[in-house]
Write a new protein. Sequence first.
Lengths: 419, 158
Amino acid sequence: MSLDVELIRKDFPILERKVGDGKALVYLDSAASSQKPRQVIDAMSDYYALHHSNVHRGVHALAEEATALYEGARDKVAAFINAPDRNEVIFTKNSSEALNLVASVLGWAGEPYGLGPGDRVVITQMEHHSNIVPWQLTTQRSGAELAWLKLTDDGRLDLSDLDELINENTKVVAVVHVSNILGTLNPLDVIVRRAHDVGAIVVVDASQSAPHIPLDVQALGADFVAFTGHKMLGPTGIGVLWGRAELLNELPPFLGGGEMVGTVDMEGSTYAPIPHKYEAGTMPIAEAVGLGAAVDYLTALGMANVAEHEHEIVSYALERLQSVEGLRIIGPQTPEAHGAAISFTLEVAGLGEIHPHDVGQVLDEQGIAVRVGQHCARPVCVRYGIPATTRASFSVYTTKAEIDALVEGLEYVKRFFGA
Amino acid sequence: MKLDSMYQEIILDHYRNPHHKGLRDAYGAEVHHINPTCGDEVTLRVHLTDPQRGEDALVRDVSYESAGCSISQASASVMSDLVIGKSVAEALKVGDAFLELMQSKGEAEGDEDVLEDAVAFAGVSKFPARVKCALLSWMAFKDAAAQALATTTKETEQ
Ligand SMILES: Cc1ncc(COP(=O)(O)O)c(C=O)c1O
């Protein structure tokens, strides 16, 4: 069933506003952060207006309501990703914290999970910095080795040396599901199979897939999956780490504090069962409630329908963008296995490449919001020999008319800077 | 239009036809500066006459290789026009005036007697995300000039 985008747009108050000198907003930066439907905004303001209290620690009515809302959000997220057990859903601040959590506790763990000299962690060259730096930190501290899968010229993972890279010493394979800069949807099945053959733990960064395609952690077969609320119509300040219960039970805690403990003595402490073991201190309760509302919203639309709509938009955008003279797409040129983001560079005759900063600035003047820069994926820019890219990215509310506006905007950019 | 206040014709001219670009062999110090938020990069060389005179030394040449947006490219071009032929002290004073202009959030116009073509960047100061682009080559110059002086001081001390 296709989405009724005009109806959907009415749910997003921000899409009605004007920018600059009265231009209609064309928001093509959902990969950086999506906009929020009224349902999410209302859920959060209702929470604060009517139900707020701290959770898990009072006997009064509000404490019970707040706890039910917070834990209800966990149930919604668990259903959204088809988690076998709701206690496997850990709330974090964002994807970055979720990935740091996994990388840290795997670094600190004892046998058989812990990292040490002689062990290897494999990532890829297309990771977001949030799935690179935590692994650099943990391998540097533990003495393990960091290796990575490289990229092909057309923006996909080069799997030709998969079996050599993911070798018997490999303990962790951390890979992005959909690249935020290239838009590539990675063939996780092949990678998971090889990783599990050698007994490695698989960590998936699903920041750019959870908002756009059905995410079924059981079908995926990974051991940890991280995603972030603000990219999937939810608020900032809330993210999710899903992990297999047997691993979460055995690995050491991440942050220490209130609520993550069993009993505390001056000499030492015992830890709460999951998920609370990994949720130290007062959590972002309103944000969890907002994420629950976002998940409800996406579920009501149907993730298969969301994926179908965005595939149509991406196909259209690839075709239209490729018709712009001087535009070069960085990443897969075809809509197969393509997420909801497209990066490109733009050249104008006689001048050479127009820097993405300038492209973005002139598009902004026309009300068109894109992201420019390295998108927290500098190694990708280095790989393709470019300083930065301009990226257009899409969501449930994106229309073909907005793609047309982008294409016209780019023609204007070329005229503006052309000699 | 707001955009025109940033992209002044003078800026676009320097962007399309940058002055002093390309690295030249005679130099006292070379630095590499980057603007990590957008990936602008500049490699810049400073060549001083009589560096033992300290800040009275003359900036004989500035050469650079750079990649980045129109603002950072134009700024490198304007900067090198301004500092070549001045003493280090004078050049740094112009740099300070430019920094002040960039931090003015669109409030200042800049003194054309001091800043010459660089007053065209006044509009850029209204765009916080672009101020760093305009300052990149100035920061590189300041760093390179200090290094060129420091190396000589060390040499003369020896
Ligand atoms: C692929 C990917 N991973 C991780 C992140 C980090 O998300 P957050 O900044 O919410 O932690 C992002 C978002 O920028 C992303 O696109």
